[in-house]
Design a protein around this ligand. Structure first.
Ligand code: ZN
Length: 63
């Protein structure tokens, strides 16, 4: 157990601009504990600080 950074399970929002929605390649924004695509509205869970950018597992937040 090495001493890691203070918040090892915290998603690093500074990498957001390097990520894109796998469904539409739109930009992603952090919304609470998930990422939401600004283009298509899909939401992606963040598990152990790793965003699950899999289109099949996205939740469409638009109804
Ligand atoms: Zn999208």
């Amino acid at each position: 157990m090495a001493a890691a950074s203070s918040q090892p399970n915290q998603f690093d929002a500074s990498v957001l601009d390097q990520l894109a929605c796998p469904a539409c390649l739109g930009g992603l924004v952090l919304d609470g504990e998930r990422l939401v695509c600004a283009g298509c509205g899909r939401g992606y869970a963040i598990v152990d600080a790793i965003p699950v950018l899999i289109a099949e597992r996205a939740v469409n937040s638009r109804s």
